[in-house]
Design a binder for this molecule. Structure first.
Ligand code: FES
Length: 65
């Protein structure tokens, strides 16, 4: 079994920060260019899904994390 350096951090009231990952594909299977780390939306408000565009700052609250 190989070891991965990939890591996911849940940012408080914000996106998922993905570090050390290879490809990110959209729902059509297309590979999306992304920075490392990449920030993935989990609030549903981003206009650039699956990436975070900062829209969560308008009031997204996740009181479980
Ligand atoms: S988490 Fe940032 S726009 Fe959704």
């Amino acid at each position: 079994m190989s070891e991965s350096n990939a890591r996911v951090d849940v940012k408080p009231n914000g996106p998922l920060m993905i570090t050390g990952i290879g490809e990110i594909k959209n729902s059509k299977g297309e590979v999306l260019a992304h920075p490392d780390p990449a920030f993935l939306c989990r609030c549903g408000l981003s206009k650039t899904k699956p990436f975070c565009d900062g829209s969560h700052k308008s009031g997204f609250v996740d009181d479980k994390n």
